[in-house]
Design a protein around this ligand. Structure first.
Ligand SMILES: Cc1cc2nc3c(=O)[nH]c(=O)nc-3n(C[C@H](O)[C@H](O)[C@H](O)COP(=O)(O)O)c2cc1C
Length: 208
């Protein structure tokens, strides 16, 4: 079954390496992951005063609806100054509020960071992970994806990753992410079926 995946890219740059990595992941799992890139560049900076407004900013409404409709979330981001790019942190904050209405809650997630540098955005990757943990998102643990030494040369003319170790890792990740989302959704369905059976049995016993 194809799961709906919201892809959130932490770079607004037109020729973003991370956006190309995200597109490559979608191409690899075309049949099983129904990917949509969610726009974050137009989100006004989060201000808690907005939470009390009767009408939320329209970009917030659009963004929250898109994430809410997804079965899973894939973050693909550069690292800025060893941390999360501000535009991505803003999107995470926007999705997390108003209090009690977070659109991230229980969404399975995976995190990929890519950089021309050698440590592949490790710092940003773990900062994103930290927010996901707080936001109650089950985050895939393996394979970890700190993609280092990524340059324009890593991609072919169509903008997809060329064959090689980088593509191999991303392919492994795309398969693992599908299985992760599938496991979480199937386990939840089985648990809710179990609990429906238990309540029906308890009800029957009470009325016997
Ligand atoms: C403000 C800024 C800070 C950066 N800090 C880091 C960093 O901490 N670690 C790193 O590996 N690369 C850093 N870079 C380089 C980015 O990895 C590089 O520009 C990359 O291409 C950005 O991702 P994108 O191509 O998806 O836009 C930084 C770039 C900018 C513009």
């Amino acid at each position: 079954m194809a799961y709906k995946i919201a892809i959130i890219v932490g770079s607004l740059r037109e020729d973003s390496l991370n956006r190309k990595v995200a597109r490559s992941i979608c191409a690899i799992r075309g049949d099983n992951l129904d990917c949509s890139m969610i726009e974050i560049g137009d989100l006004p900076l989060y201000n808690q005063d907005y939470d009390a407004l009767p009408q939320q900013p329209e970009q917030y409404v659009r963004f929250r609806d898109q994430v809410r409709a997804a079965d899973g979330v894939l973050f693909v981001s550069p690292e800025y100054n060893r941390g999360i790019p501000g535009v991505l942190k803003n999107a995470i904050d926007v999705g997390s509020r108003p209090y009690g209405k977070s659109v991230w809650d229980m969404k399975p997630a995976a995190i990929v960071t890519a950089s021309p540098g050698s440590i592949g955005g490790f710092g940003a990757n773990h900062q994103i992970r930290q927010s996901c943990v707080f936001l109650n998102m089950p985050v895939m643990q393996q394979p970890e994806a700190y993609l280092g030494h990524v340059t324009d040369d890593s991609f072919d003319d169509s903008g997809k990753l060329k064959d090689g170790p980088l593509k191999d890792l991303v392919t492994k990740l795309a398969h693992a992410f599908h299985d992760w989302v599938d496991m979480i959704h199937r386990s939840r369905a089985a648990l809710s079926e179990d609990s429906a059976h238990s309540s029906a049995a308890a009800n029957a016993k009470e009325h016997a």
